[in-house]
Design a protein around this ligand. Structure first.
Ligand code: DGY
Length: 317
């Protein structure tokens, strides 16, 4: 039986299944392993089920046991794994696309609405029990019939577009490549960020985190947005230059920001937490029982296929 290191505690449904298929090294305490612990624990393992974004960088790949042949990531994003180094070390990497599209799209809509309709301030006011209804009380921005820009029109971007259309929103998007007319479903393509941002009263960030997208939202690109735009990020923290964003929130160039992802999670830039126009969630994109079980099964399928000499469906390299 092949031996698999499971880096965090799986849900029972997934744990029961993986135990039947592999000799598993489980993480009963659900501890977040350091790189050194990861290296040590995987010494006698054939594969790793990576949960929660352990870093696989040059430090880890240099010391990782040669017995490890696959890293199956329990996530759609894989910016924590240096794919080139994995390939050089003869390790294949898989992820879990598709199964978290709907749950993440829901959180994107929640962050857009939470920011636009001032949910954080609303909660504070309600808790204080000192609020008084007034004509100008906590006025927000209305999503209905506004223009929504989607940066990154992959599966999640398209699922957000579908939901936003129910609000009567006009959908604009930028992607590395233009989608087919059938896939666009009426969305308007922009071949550059400036043009997309000019048309984004609301902006949803859904592109992968790569060298090219690091700090794509910066002091310059923020200027392209209409005044008082609402922005949401449910992709990865490093797409936003936090200092530039904080400045724009303070000056109200950006009306409000909804965030589910951060630079250096679980830390959140302290200035965001001081601002009333920031609505924050602790990386809940895929956090439903249905989705998490599906993510577990998808990563176990990838391990199973790999060790049965079948090509894993979600092979990345
Ligand atoms: C992913 O799968 O990349 C999500 O961000 C994890 O919840």
């Amino acid at each position: 039986m092949k031996k698999i290191l499971v880096t965090r505690k799986l849900l029972k449904e997934n744990e029961d299944r993986i135990k039947k298929l592999f000799d598993v090294k489980l993480n009963e305490q659900d501890k977040v392993y350091s790189s050194d612990e990861l290296i040590e624990l995987s010494k006698d393992c054939d594969g790793i089920l990576c949960i929660g974004g352990n870093k696989f960088d040059s430090y880890v790949f240099e010391k990782l046991s040669k017995s490890v042949k696959i890293i199956a990531s329990y996530s759609v994003g894989y910016n924590n794994i240096d794919i080139n180094l994995a390939t050089k070390n003869g390790i294949i990497v898989t992820n879990t696309p598709e199964v978290l599209t709907d749950s993440t799209a829901e959180i994107a809509i929640l962050t857009l609405l939470g920011a636009a309709r001032r949910a954080y301030e609303g909660r504070q006011m309600a808790e204080s029990q000192k609020w008084t209804w007034a004509c100008n009380f906590l006025l927000g921005k209305e999503m209905s019939n506004a223009k929504l820009g989607i940066l990154g029109m992959g599966r999640i971007g398209r699922a957000i577009a579908k939901r936003a259309k129910a609000f009567g929103m006009e959908i604009h998007y930028h992607n590395r490549t233009k989608l087919s007319t059938a896939m666009e479903e009426g969305a308007i393509y922009h071949d550059n960020i400036k043009s997309l941002f000019n048309n984004s009263e609301f902006l949803s960030i859904n592109c992968p985190a790569t060298k090219e997208t690091t700090h794509l939202i910066n002091e310059n690109s923020i200027k392209y947005l209409p005044n008082e735009a609402v922005v949401s990020n449910t992709a990865r923290g490093d797409i936003i230059d936090d200092l530039a964003m904080i400045k724009a929130l303070k000056s109200e160039k950006i009306f409000a920001l909804g965030l589910d992802v951060y630079n250096g999670e679980p830390k959140i830039h302290p200035e965001y937490l001081k601002l009333n126009n920031v609505f924050v969630l602790p990386h809940l994109g895929s956090a439903t029982l249905k989705t998490r079980v599906a993510m577990g099964n998808r990563s176990i399928d990838n391990l199973e296929n790999f060790f049965n000499n079948k090509k894993p469906k979600d092979r990345l390299n």
